[in-house]
Design a binder for this molecule. Structure first.
Ligand SMILES: [Zn+2]
Ligand SMILES: [Zn+2]
Ligand SMILES: [Zn+2]
Ligand SMILES: [Zn+2]
Ligand SMILES: [Zn+2]
Length: 248
C-alpha cells in the first residue's frame, strides 16, 4: 500500500487511511487510495501547499505564514480560505508589489527567508520585517535607482532635479518626488500603458530608449529597424504592411 509523507496518506484506523492534505478518510484499499491521490482535488491541494508556505513534517501540516500546525478537520484548502491565512497573503503581496522582493521560494518552502534584490540582503518573511524594510530610506533610494533607467529618468547638471524624457519634465530629485512621478503622474503612466499595449507580443524593445538619454528610437527585432519611440510612430509601425508581413 502506498502510504507516507509524499502522498499525504497516513494510517487512520484498521479499515481506513486518512489524506492529510484533503482531510478525508479513504477505505484502506489500493484502488481507493490510488483513485484519491490521482484525483483533481488532491492534486489541487498539493499545488496550493507549494503556493502558500505549507509543508508536511512528521505527518503534520505546518503553515509558515500563520506559524501554526493545521489540525484534523482542516484541509489545505480550508486553511487557505480562512481569514488569517488569506489576510496574510493579501498583505504580503501588497507589501512586495513592485519592491523587487520575490517570495515564491518562501511560499514553496524551498527557503525560509527572502532576498531583497535591490539591496542584496536577506529578510525574514514576516509582515513586520518586510514592511520595515520596504519603508526604510535605504530600500526606497535603491528602488528609485533601479526604476530610473526603466522609466526614462535622467540626472541633470543641477542635482536638485532629474529629467523625465517621456514627459520632457523636470522633477524634484528626491526619492518621494521620483516615486510620485512614476506611480502617480497620469501622462507618464498613460504613455507606458499605450506603448506597452502596442508592443505586446510584437518583439519591439524600448529598453534602450528608456535607459539611454540620447537614444530616441525603439527597435523592432522582427523587421530589424529603428522606430521613433512615440505612440504614433510605433502604432504606425505595428500596423504597417512590412511589419505585419514579418509575422506571416
Ligand atoms: Zn488528498
Ligand atoms: Zn496559513
Ligand atoms: Zn531592499
Ligand atoms: Zn514622466
Ligand atoms: Zn517591425
Amino acid at each position: 500500500m502506498k502510504t507516507g509523507l509524499q502522498t499525504g496518506i497516513v494510517v487512520g484506523s484498521k479499515t481506513r487511511v486518512r489524506c492529510i492534505y484533503c482531510d478525508v478518510f479513504i477505505p484502506k484499499a489500493n484502488k481507493c487510495i490510488e483513485q484519491h491521490t490521482n484525483g483533481v482535488k488532491h492534486k489541487e491541494n498539493i499545488e496550493l501547499m507549494s503556493e502558500n508556505g505549507i509543508s508536511l513534517t512528521n505527518e503534520v501540516l505546518h503553515c509558515k505564514p500563520c506559524q501554526v500546525n493545521l489540525t484534523e478537520g482542516e484541509s489545505v484548502s480550508k486553511h487557505i480560505d480562512g481569514d488569517s491565512h488569506a489576510n496574510w497573503m493579501a498583505a504580503i503581496e501588497d507589501l512586495v508589489d513592485g519592491e523587487f522582493i520575490n517570495i515564491d521560494d518562501y511560499l514553496s518552502c524551498d527557503r525560509d527567508d527572502v532576498t531583497c534584490e535591490v539591496c542584496d540582503i536577506t529578510l525574514s518573511c514576516t509582515l513586520e520585517s518586510i514592511q520595515d524594510h520596504v519603508n526604510s530610506f535605504n530600500h526606497r533610494a535603491k528602488t528609485v535607482d533601479r526604476l530610473k533607467p526603466l522609466n526614462g529618468i535622467f540626472r541633470v547638471d543641477n542635482d536638485a532635479e532629474v529629467w523625465c524624457k517621456i514627459c520632457d519634465a523636470y522633477i524634484d530629485n528626491t526619492v518621494q518626488g521620483i516615486l510620485d512621478h512614476i506611480d502617480d503622474n497620469e501622462s507618464h503612466m498613460q504613455w507606458f500603458t499605450d506603448i506597452e499595449d502596442l508592443i505586446e507580443d510584437q518583439d519591439i524593445s524600448i529598453e534602450d530608449y528608456l535607459a539611454n538619454e540620447h537614444e530616441m528610437n525603439a527597435f523592432c527585432n522582427k523587421c530589424n529597424v529603428h522606430i521613433p519611440c512615440t505612440v504614433n510612430k510605433i502604432e504606425e509601425h505595428v500596423y504597417s504592411e512590412s511589419h505585419l508581413n514579418q509575422f506571416s
